[in-house]
Design a binder for this molecule. Structure first.
Ligand SMILES: [Zn+2]
Ligand SMILES: [Zn+2]
Length: 336
């Protein structure tokens, strides 16, 4: 295949500045890497935290984006698992060392030497990207398009968050109903769980989407839950939702925080935590999460609600995400 020397990309040159649409060289795959023609790349709240400087160590200048669907156009000399023409998904976890104390324990999501797509290595806000062969997932064909992109982070983080709560939990509250929540709801409803969706006050579009996907209740997050919850998952980056979710949660319940960044948590009375409630966070993903979730998604089948933007509209997508103007997930559609 004849590959171009240069490509368009959206580049973050400094935090708190808009991304710049510019021509950059097409990257060369290292021996263990594949070169991917990007079909689409999801726009995740983490990208906003990176662009806003809330995550401190982006590899600038940086091409963000870690919910990539694409097709392999060139394989590095030592690639054995994938080949030209394969459709793949590329997630946030871009590399782990395999030998630190976390990798050895099977907790590669906490690897001390990890690299993250669209943060410590360039991501998918571009026409092409490279990825290590061991950190791409073969992508079922029905997801090799813009609708599949949100599975690669919103889907995976939602799934990992869901796995952290007890299988016995039936009444599950979800706080913040965007990309992750709308996918997770489909997974949980397929397992006959009751979903209670808490949105920003007045976000009737998100509440309507939650009901459409099978939530038994949807309403404003400022109201108390109509029932005591067995578990709560918080996706909104809002620290005051932690005491709120604890107050909504029954004895022995779990509150999981699915985001990478959150505003400060206000002080709250110990009574809210007492009676064996727990709070935990979810960080990154393991490749096993990805393999499990991408096998499960077509069975349900998970369908994503997306708002599509062009590559050069990434700044608009980020602003719409910031202001809660996206129903479901935002995706940059980059090539056919
Ligand atoms: Zn490691
Ligand atoms: Zn993400």
């Amino acid at each position: 295949m004849n590959l171009p020397d240069s490509m368009y990309a959206m580049v973050l040159e400094a935090a708190n500045h808009p991304l710049i649409y510019k021509k950059v060289p097409v990257p060369h795959p290292a021996p263990q890497e594949v070169l991917i023609k990007v079909i689409a790349c999801g726009v995740c709240r983490t990208d906003l935290h990176i662009a806003d400087g809330e995550l401190k160590h982006p590899a600038l200048p940086l091409i963000p984006g870690h919910e990539i669907t694409g097709i392999i156009v060139k394989a590095g000399a030592e690639v054995t698992l994938l080949k030209e023409g394969d459709t793949v998904g590329v997630p946030w976890l871009g590399y782990t060392c395999g030998h630190c104390r976390y990798c050895i324990k099977g907790q590669e999501n906490l690897c001390e030497n990890a690299k993250f797509t669209g943060y410590s290595i360039d991501g998918g806000y571009a026409e092409y990207t490279v990825a290590h062969q061991h950190y791409c997932f073969p992508l079922p064909s029905q997801y090799a398009n813009p609708s599949g992109a949100p599975l690669l982070c919103a889907g995976l983080i939602g799934y990992r968050s869901y796995r952290k709560i007890s299988e016995q939990a039936n009444k599950i509250g979800i706080y913040g109903f965007g990309g992750a929540a709308h996918i997770l709801t489909q997974v949980a409803v397929a397992r006959e769980k009751e979903i209670y969706a808490f949105t920003s006050p007045g976000d009737t579009a998100a509440q309507k989407l939650a009901k459409k996907l099978g939530a038994v209740w949807a309403g404003d997050s400022i109201h108390p839950s109509p029932v005591k919850l067995d578990a709560a998952i918080i996706f909104a980056p809002v620290g005051k939702l932690i005491p709120k979710a604890l107050a909504d949660t029954d004895k022995g319940g779990t509150v999981i925080c699915g985001g990478i960044h959150m505003s400060d948590i206000p002080a709250f009375p110990y009574d809210l935590l007492w009676e064996e409630r727990t709070i935990a966070s979810v960080a990154n993903l393991t490749r096993l999460d990805g393999e499990e979730f991408l096998a499960l998604a077509p069975e349900i089948p998970v369908r994503t609600e997306i708002t599509v933007y062009k590559l050069e509209e990434a700044n608009k997508a980020l602003e719409d995400l910031r202001h809660g103007n996206i129903n479901g997930a935002a995706v940059l559609a980059i090539s056919e």
